[in-house]
Design a protein around this ligand. Structure first.
Ligand code: NAD
Length: 353
C-alpha cells in the first residue's frame, strides 16, 4: 500500500524513517510518498494511488477534500498532531474513512515553550538580545516583573495545561483555571474558577484548550476588556482561539500588556514556509510584529527531538492498526465492530484532543 505524506519537511522524513518508527511494523510493506505542500482541494489529486494520507495542522480536510480522497481509494487519514479541527470528522465518518491522531506527544515540550514565551516577554530578553548585538547595554525599557507571586490563569487543563501548571507552580505563581472538565492533577497546583473570574484576576492568561465551535474567538473584545490592565496573553494552542483584530485594538489602547503567540489564525497561508523574499499580504500579522510587547513564533512549541520521535511512532502505530484492522486507541473515527467495514465517530471524549 502507499502512504502519501503531505506538508512534509526534512525532519518529518527523518523521524518517520527512523528505525524506532518503522520497526513497529516491519511487515506492512508500505511505500511512502512525500509531498512538501499541504493537502487541499487543489492538491488532493496528488493523493491518487495512496490508501492512506498523513497530514499536519494546516492541511485542510473538508468534506469536499475527503470525498475526493475517498473516490481515489484513500481509506485512512493519519494526523501527525493532536488537534483535528482541520478535519471534517462527520464527513469522514459518513464516508467510512479511518482517522487517527497522536493525542499526546511530549506535552512538556509545548508547556515549556509557553513558559519560554512568558519569560521572554516578561523580562524583555528579545529586546536585550538585539540591543547587545548593537553594543547598546542600556536597561531603559527592559524593566520586567518577578513571576513569583503573580496570578496565572489557564484556559484548559488537559495534558499541556497540567504540564504548564507544574512549571508555573515551581515559579511560585498562584494558579487559576477554567475547564468544563476538572482535573484532579491540576487541583494539586491551583484552583478552578469561572472564565470571568480567571480573566479578571490573572496577570498572565495562557490558552490550552482545543479549537472548537465553542472556543473559536474565546478571546474577543468582551473577554479582553475583562482582563486586567497590562495583563499578558499567551497562545500555544490554536490561532482561532483569538480574534486578531480584537487583540490589536487592545494592544493599541495599552490595555493588553503583552501578547505571545505560537499560533495564529491566518497561519495556514504562511507558517512552515520561508516567505522572506516575498511581500506578505497579511496586514494583521504584519501589524502584530510591529509591537515591542508582542512575540510571534511559527507554531514551533511541539518542535523538540522527543516530540517528533513520539509523533512518528504514534503515526506509524496508528497506521499499523489500520492496516491490520486492529482497534486503534487513537482513532477519531472508529471501526464499527458490528458492521465490518463500517466506521463511526469516537464520541467518548468529544472535546479532548
Ligand atoms: P487535551 O485534550 O489534553 O486538553 C484540552 C483541555 O481543554 C481539556 O481538558 C478540555 O476539557 C479543555 N477544554 C475544552 N473546551 C474548553 C473550553 N471551552 N474552555 C476551557 N477548557 C476547555 O489537549 P492538550 O494535549 O493539552 O493540547 C491542548 C491544545 O494544544 C490542543 O488543542 C492543540 O490544539 C494545542 N497544541 C499545540 C501545539 C503547538 O505546537 N503549539 C502542540 C500540541 C498541541
Amino acid at each position: 500500500m502507499q502512504l502519501a505524506v503531505f506538508s512534509s519537511k526534512p525532519y518529518d522524513k527523518l523521524f518517520l524513517a527512523t528505525p524506532r518508527a518503522t520497526e513497529l511494523d516491519p511487515a506492512a510493506g508500505i511505500e511512502v510518498i512525500y509531498h512538501d505542500f499541504a493537502l487541499s482541494l487543489e492538491t488532493v489529486p496528488l493523493a491518487k494511488g495512496a490508501t492512506a494520507v498523513c497530514v499536519f495542522v494546516n492541511d485542510i480536510l473538508t468534506e469536499e477534500v475527503l470525498e475526493s480522497l475517498h473516490a481515489m481509494g484513500v481509506r485512512a487519514v493519519l494526523l501527525r498532531c493532536a488537534g483535528y479541527n482541520n478535519v471534517d470528522l462527520d464527513a469522514a465518518s459518513r464516508l467510512g474513512i479511518f482517522v487517527a491522531n497522536v493525542p499526546s506527544y511530549s506535552p512538556e515540550a509545548v508547556a515549556e515553550f509557553a513558559v519560554a514565551l512568558i519569560q521572554t516577554l516578561n523580562r524583555n530578553t528579545h529586546r536585550a538580545y538585539n540591543r547587545v548585538r548593537e553594543g547598546n547595554f542600556s536597561l531603559d525599557g527592559l524593566l520586567g516583573r518577578t513571576l513569583h507571586g503573580r496570578t496565572v490563569g489557564l484556559v484548559g487543563t488537559g495534558r499541556i495545561g497540567v504540564a504548564f501548571a507544574k512549571i508555573m507552580n515551581g515559579f511560585g505563581c498562584r494558579l487559576l483555571a477554567f475547564d468544563p472538565f476538572e482535573s484532579d492533577e491540576f487541583k494539586k497546583y491551583g484552583e478552578y474558577t469561572d472564565l470571568d473570574t480567571l480573566l479578571k484576576e490573572s496577570d498572565i492568561v495562557s490558552l490550552h484548550c482545543p479549537l472548537t465551535d465553542k472556543t473559536r474567538h474565546i478571546i474577543n473584545d468582551t473577554t479582553l476588556s475583562q482582563m486586567r490592565q497590562g495583563a499578558m496573553l499567551v497562545n500555544t494552542s490554536r490561532g482561532g482561539l483569538i480574534s486578531t483584530r480584537a487583540v490589536i485594538a487592545a494592544l493599541k489602547r495599552h490595555h493588553l500588556g503583552g501578547l505571545a503567540l505560537d499560533v495564529y489564525e491566518g497561519e495556514g497561508a504562511l507558517f512552515y514556509t520561508d516567505h522572506s523574499g516575498t511581500i506578505i499580504d497579511d496586514d494583521e500579522l504584519m501589524r502584530l510584529t510591529t509591537f515591542h510587547n508582542v512575540l510571534v513564533c511559527g507554531h514551533q512549541a511541539f518542535f523538540t527531538d522527543e516530540a517528533l520521535r513520539e509523533i512518528a511512532d504514534g503515526t506509524i502505530r496508528n497506521l499499523a492498526d489500520f492496516v491490520h484492522g486492529r482497534p486503534c486507541k487513537f482513532s477519531l473515527v472508529q471501526r464499527d465492530a458490528p458492521s465490518p467495514g463500517g466506521l463511526k465517530r469516537r464520541d467518548s471524549a468529544p472535546i479532548r484532543i
